[in-house]
Design a protein around this ligand. Structure first.
Ligand code: 5GP
Ligand code: ZN
Length: 102
């Protein structure tokens, strides 16, 4: 998607260090962290939000990625968050799961 920050990061049009990457998703540190560790797990496919997900194996794969990222980053306690829709606080309209750990 041309006008999407996360698609631009994936396509290297905006520089951002990848914390993790596999065939389905990638992860970056949040630019404005709301916890000591704040990582965003983002599918490579542009999907607007959880409401648009058709194949939920994607969500399974994203949570498998989260457990790998947490091991890699020594995160033992954490919260996950999926803001869905502007009224719930979703700012970037490309599905993502927040990992938050204090
Ligand atoms: P949302 O509110 O949509 O669930 O979360 C979007 C998140 O993306 C926010 O926490 C925000 O700080 C983060 N974010 C927005 N733009 C960028 C960016 O260009 N780079 C990174 N690393 N994070 C971003
Ligand atoms: Zn996108």
């Amino acid at each position: 998607m041309d006008d999407c920050i996360f698609c631009k990061i994936l396509n290297k049009q905006i520089p951002s260090e990848f914390v993790y990457e596999d065939e389905t998703c990638f992860a970056i540190n949040d630019i404005n962290p709301k916890a000591k560790k704040h990582i965003l797990v983002i599918p490579k496919e542009h999907i607007k939000s959880l409401n648009e997900v058709k194949d939920f194996t994607l969500i399974k794969k994203m949570f498998e990625a989260i457990t790998k990222i947490n091991k890699q980053e020594n995160i033992t306690h954490f919260k996950t968050l999926i803001n869905t829709g502007k009224d719930a606080g979703q700012v970037v309209e490309h599905l993502h799961i927040h990992i938050l750990s204090d």
